[in-house]
Design a binder for this molecule. Structure first.
Ligand code: PMV
Length: 364
């Protein structure tokens, strides 16, 4: 598919005609089943990935804008997290806006105050960059639509938001769509692209539309190796080439499982992907481990429970120690008892978060 070019020097306004305003978007985190791990160019994935979009784990971001009076063309923005200054995040957002100047040239004509809030505890090991960056990308695209009226078409709007979110954090581009999304070019899915994610809800068997995801908070400490560093280490990983081939093969099998409602095949692939991701970390140079002893203990208990009960309860992992437990809505009650009786004690302060695939981002 031809590359899209969202750089547009014409997106400049006559500021004297524009009043100050603000936009708020709420956007969820997502959990990948086939993982994106390894990238090239400007946040382009080395293999396609597929994720469920969550519902409870969300970021709510408000972008307040004021037209500048003078001729200053520098970036002018403040960033607060839950209303409090966060210099480290503010710096990241500044760099992000800097990168976006050619996509939204009007950025230079306004002063911005951005506030973001997460529904989940900070540093809970939930991918806050996916929810945060997608919420901000949606605010910027909504601002473009408000100023120029050129993104009225829903598909165009989401596609640009996904593209822009990707430039902030790769996996964020998948959070733009409800229930499930695919990012990365694959011959298996028409319209798939390395530059933005596309929706995948319609292709899911109904038993996966309401898939439950309970996140076990095994550890809340800061990760010892960031995702950014992890992606970079894939460049020298001796298994990288086979991994990218494997991801494509896994995706093919997963697509058929998701369409048929085949939970066994779904679970096999999902768990293999989680283990592969962490095996790639352990075989990086230098190697590192993000799982904790309680991650392994929980995995063993989940496997035992599944064997004893035949309930299709499966796990996956992000780049961290916290497990995502995936299971059908029908088995919710039984699985919840198992979690509170046998897994909660492995979590920090006994904490876990019940989530499920959901409706995707919304404007507030
Ligand atoms: O979007 P990033 O750069 O934080 O990378 C996310 C990588 C994984 O969460 C491990 C996998 C994925 O596809 O989301």
């Amino acid at each position: 598919m031809a590359a899209v070019d969202y750089k547009n020097a014409k997106l400049i306004v006559e500021t004297s005609t524009i009043a100050a305003g603000q936009l708020t978007w709420q956007s969820p985190s997502n959990i990948a089943l086939v993982k994106y791990w390894g990238k090239h160019g400007d946040q382009l994935p080395n293999n396609p990935s597929l994720s469920f979009t969550l519902q409870q784990a969300v970021s709510t971001t408000t972008l307040a804008y004021r037209p500048k009076k003078g001729t200053d063309t520098g970036l002018d923005l403040s960033f607060t997290f839950h209303g409090k200054p966060q210099p480290a995040f503010a710096e990241k957002i500044k760099q992000y806006f800097h990168k976006l100047r050619d996509y939204f040239p009007f950025i230079k004509q306004f002063s911005f105050d951005i506030n973001s809030e997460n529904s989940f505890p900070h540093s809970a090991g939930i991918a806050s960059s996916a929810s945060g960056m997608s919420a901000l990308a949606l605010c910027l695209c909504a601002m473009e639509q408000e100023l120029f009226g050129n993104l009225a078409d829903e598909q165009q709007f989401r596609r640009k938001a996904s593209y822009i979110a990707r430039l902030g954090s790769g996996s964020a581009c998948r959070s733009i769509y409800p229930t499930a999304a695919v990012w990365g070019a694959t011959s298996e899915i028409a319209g798939s692209s390395n530059e933005y994610a596309i929706p995948f809800e319609a292709e899911l068997h109904e038993s996966f539309q309401s898939v439950q995801d309970t996140i076990l908070l095994i550890s809340k400490s800061e990760k010892s190796v960031s995702s950014r560093a992890g992606h970079q280490l894939m460049d020298g990983n001796i298994y990288a080439t086979s991994r990218y081939k494997q991801a494509n093969d896994q995706l093919r099998l997963l697509l058929s499982a998701l369409a048929k409602g085949d939970w066994d095949q779904f679970g096999r692939i999902t768990e293999q992907e989680a283990m592969t991701l962490h095996a790639l970390m352990m075989t990086s140079n230098p190697p590192y481990i993000l799982m904790q002893p309680n991650t392994l203990e929980a995995i063993q208990r989940i496997i035992d429970y599944r064997q004893q009960t035949k309930i299709p309860l499966y796990y996956t992992l992000d780049a961290g120690p916290n497990l995502h437990l995936l299971y059908p809505a029908n088995d919710k009650e039984k699985v919840q008892s198992f979690i509170s009786e046998q897994l909660a004690s492995l979590c920090t302060d006994g904490k876990y978060i019940n989530d499920q695939a959901g409706a995707g981002p919304k404007a507030l």
